[in-house]
Design a protein around this ligand. Structure first.
Ligand code: GDP
Ligand code: GDP
Length: 439
């Protein structure tokens, strides 16, 4: 699903205390008003990323806004922000308000960023005219080199700043920390669907369990298994390897464990049993995966227990029971007999590719524009909202933000999701669509 040239882009992180003009600068970089987005409804996050283009080069701008100074204290929040930027960004832009001068919080941020092995660009913002340039020079005191005077609001100096950012950017973005090594898989499902049997089968068939040894870097609760020529880290499998009897009343702990495994993974395989109807408990596990925003593969196990004419019937039942996740990739297996198990790696790979796919902004908007012309959002209270712009704000999973002049009803959002899937597939991954209302 990932196309050529849509791999990871260099990341520029914009940091600074509140009100220095970070969002205004990000808007300036993006060349549009649309991006003052610090809160995606329903999603708690402390950063949002946008794709930008300058002089023919594409990169990602991360606005580290939306923090809660009350919760952590301004000093702690900026420390977190700066450290996060140092871990994830290729270029860091520290924004300071030149009309205010360097505050203690700015100093705290600068102190941390001086240790950065990434380039750090110090921006003296709110230099709206020549007279204010003196305020900018005072910021030399932060020890981050020459302050770049700009006015994010009026655009003064913005072009020079962008040139400097591009000059500081590495040709190829570095790999994200914590994202190297084998892909992380959670094997989940209610008790007795066959999780232990599948894990044992995979381990045996491939004969390459690198079992955890104390003192190695492998987390002792994980198993690394080679499937389809690639290593995979099956997270939190200790309990599956030495199967403990799940007494009643343990269900609560089992579900916490499931949640932890899903959180630790990039893709989850939810096992269902072919000889039993899909239960509420099965649906709950599926919902956990979707809500965590992980890629999803459904494996229907114990296929060997069904005879031929039951197969078709079961497929229909599953279609009906899983209608809400038509997009999930599905594989029929028998952990016991080994049937279908060899196909698992391809399903994992496909789901992860969708999970990471990024749609170029121009292509996305071109498609949505045509779509909205054909089927505009329905009017509410006499006025129909107009969709102005769509952007893919994030990957893993794909998240889209729709800028509209009014609220879009759930029905219309579902329509948009269906159409995005019709066009780009996204098989095996949940996608999120949120709406920002702008006049
Ligand atoms: P953030 O909290 O760091 O994202 O800051 P905002 O981008 O929301 O900006 C805070 C305030 O500063 C807003 O009222 C902006 O209009 C204003 N502002 C931002 N950049 C400039 C600038 O270059 N000059 C002036 N005079 N005001 C600015
Ligand atoms: P877990 O609780 O999800 O780890 O499930 P287990 O792996 O312990 O399996 C529960 C029961 O289902 C055991 O009796 C297994 O032998 C049986 N089982 C697991 N996979 C299959 C399969 O593919 N076919 C059949 N017929 N039985 C299976």
């Amino acid at each position: 699903m990932t196309e050529e040239g849509t791999g990871p882009l260099p990341v520029v992180a914009v940091v600074g205390r509140p009100n220095v003009g970070k969002s205004t600068l990000v808007n300036r970089v993006l060349g549009r008003r649309a991006a003052v987005v610090q809160d995606v409804p329903g999603v708690t996050r402390d950063r949002i990323s946008y794709e930008a283009l300058w002089n023919g080069r594409r990169f990602t701008v991360t606005d580290t806004g939306g923090w809660d100074p009350k919760a952590a204290g301004l000093g702690a929040a900026i420390t977190r922000q700066a450290e996060f930027a140092m871990k994830t960004a290729d270029v860091i832009v520290l924004v300071v308000d030149s009309q205010v001068g360097a505050t203690d919080t700015d100093l705290a941020a600068a102190r941390i960023l001086r240790r950065s092995d990434r380039p750090v660009i110090l921006v003296a913002n709110k230099v709206d005219d020549e007279r204010s340039e003196a305020g900018a020079s005072e910021l030399w005191s932060l020890g981050l080199g020459e302050p770049q005077p700009i006015s994010a609001l009026h655009g003064r100096g913005a072009g020079d700043l962008l040139d400097l950012i591009l000059d500081s950017m590495p040709e190829a973005p570095r790999e994200q920390e914590g994202e190297t090594g084998p892909r992380r898989v959670a094997l989940v499902g209610r008790p007795n669907v066959g999780k232990s049997s599948l894990l044992n089968r995979l381990a045996k068939e491939e004969r390459s369990v690198v079992d955890s040894v104390a003192g190695t870097t492998v987390d002792p609760v994980d198993s690394i298994i080679t499937l389809g020529g690639e290593d995979w880290r099956f997270v939190d499998t200790a309990g599956l390897r030495r199967k403990v009897n799940t007494a009643s009343g343990m269900e609560y702990y089992a579900s916490l464990r499931t949640e932890a495994a899903i959180q630790a993974a990039e893709v989850a395989v939810v096992l269902l049993a072919a000889d039993e109807v899909i239960s509420e408990q099965d649906q709950r596990v599926i919902t956990q995966v979707i809500e965590a925003g992980r890629a999803l593969v459904i494996a229907i196990n114990k296929w060997d227990l069904l005879d031929e004419d039951r197969h078709m019937q079961l497929e229909r039942e599953v279609d009906r029971d899983l209608a809400r996740i038509k997009w999930a990739s599905r594989v029929n297996i028998s952990a016991k007999g080994g049937r279908g198990v060899g196909k698992l790696a391809d399903h994992l790979r496909a789901a992860l590719a969708s999970w990471e796919s990024r749609i170029p902004t121009a292509e996305l908007n071109q498609y949505i524009r045509t779509l909205v012309q054909e089927t505009p959002p329905p009017a509410r209270g006499g006025r129909a909202p107009k969709i102005k712009y769509v952007t893919q704000a994030d990957v893993r999973p794909p998240r889209f933000v729709v800028f509209s002049t009014g609220f879009l009803e759930a029905g219309y959002r579902r329509f948009l999701e269906r159409k995005l899937r019709e066009r780009w597939g996204f098989d095996g991954t949940p996608i999120e669509i949120s709406v920002k209302v702008r006049e």
